[in-house]
Design a protein around this ligand. Structure first.
Ligand SMILES: N[C@@H](CCC(=O)N[C@@H](CS)C(=O)NCC(=O)O)C(=O)O
Length: 211
């Protein structure tokens, strides 16, 4: 049995989209970040960095395997199921590259941008400009790629798309006309957003999830 520790944020949603796409049964444990539940010792045992998403898998014999971080969760299950990662070596190389862009560039940059633009007690124009510029580099790279390929890996939908989608979806509803400025990104966003598994994964955890 899989238990997903999550909260309604883009990183959390990457994990729930993946589990929905793969059709793996799981229960959701809602970790209320606003209430500091991520600092509790029981959560620390699953996620030593005190961040969601994290996953606990109960194995035969009662042993529990943990995974923390959206990147580890996506890669682990793609490898284990042999799905959502193309077999063709060229497409797999593209998938890995865009997957890593989502995990190590787009996500952290969007979070830091939010920290400095909306949550910092002091307005630091240099930090805001820096993260805005870095985000634009991500958007421009995605726009160019999606002008040449249907999905980030190429023809097939993969964990690269899942690694990027929730942050693009969040930016799309934040105002600023992201999708109007980047038509290829819009085409891809709309296609991914229409997938039933993505729609289910984006609504996890709902308010009814255990906490
Ligand atoms: N590298 C991690 C980052 C996860 C992350 O930043 N999670 C945020 C929510 S989106 C979090 O738990 N923040 C709590 C905190 O910083 O205290 C991943 O890719 O999943």
């Amino acid at each position: 049995m899989l238990t997903l520790y999550s909260f309604p944020t883009p990183n959390g949603r990457k994990a729930s989209i993946l589990l929905e796409e793969l059709g793996l049964p799981y229960t959701v444990h809602r970790v209320d970040l606003a209430a500091g539940e991520n600092k509790r010792p029981d959560f620390l045992a699953v996620s030593p960095i005190t961040k969601i998403p994290a996953l606990a898998e109960e194995l035969p014999g009662g042993r529990v395997r943990r995974l923390f971080g959206s990147g580890a969760i996506l890669l682990h299950f793609a490898e284990r199921t042999g799905r959502l990662l193309p077999e063709d070596e060229d497409e797999r190389a593209e998938a890995m590259s865009w997957f890593m862009l989502g995990i190590s560039d787009l996500g952290p940059t969007a979070i830091d941008m939010q920290r400095f633009a909306a949550r910092s007690p002091d307005r630091i124009p240099h930090a805001i400009d820096l993260y805005k510029g870095e985000l634009m580099r991500c958007y421009a790279a995605l726009e160019e790629r999606l002008g040449a390929a249907e999905h980030l890996a190429g023809a097939s939908y993969s964990i690269a798309d899942i690694a990027c989608f929730p942050f693009i979806a969040a930016a799309a509803v934040a105002g600023g006309g992201l999708l109007e400025r980047f038509p290829n990104l819009k085409r891809w966003h709309d296609t991914v957003a229409a997938r039933p598994a993505v729609q289910r994964g984006m609504s996890v955890p709902d308010l009814a999830a255990s906490g």
